[in-house]
Design a binder for this molecule. Structure first.
Ligand SMILES: [Zn+2]
Length: 124
């Protein structure tokens, strides 16, 4: 039984002990339980958001150990997408962004921050 089901059960139970003398109090009590139910839903949503954030951070943390810096970029040794990954994005915000080849020379560029793997290319 969920928390919401439990509250509905309690609210129903309150109706059975309602009398003419306590009717107003019982009504206020039921309203309080409904507010508690809404708060519970809000907190559940917040907890789910925090859980997702924890998983994101754990994923980022797990990358720290597997990343290797060489030849102007980061690499994930033994990973199915080994890289190269943007140095600037990783070092400034822990974003793992794969570099993509650009133009006929094949100079690799970050699609997020526009940094080149080996710095600015020599422009013609
Ligand atoms: Zn970048």
């Amino acid at each position: 039984m969920s928390f919401q089901d439990d509250l509905r059960y309690v609210i129903e139970g309150l109706k059975s002990v309602e009398t003419r003398n306590n009717r107003e109090f019982m009504h206020e009590l039921a309203l309080g339980l409904m507010r508690m139910s809404q708060l519970h839903e809000t907190l559940e949503a917040r907890a789910a958001g925090l859980q997702r954030r924890v998983e994101e951070l754990e994923e980022k943390l797990s990358r720290v150990g597997e990343l290797v810096y060489r030849e102007g970029a980061y690499w994930r040794e033994g990973h199915e997408e080994p890289g190269p990954y943007c140095r600037a994005c990783w070092e400034s915000g822990r974003k793992l962004v794969q570099l993509v080849p650009r133009g006929p020379g094949g100079e690799e560029l970050c699609p997020r921050c526009r940094a080149f793997r080996f710095g600015s290319p020599d422009l013609p």
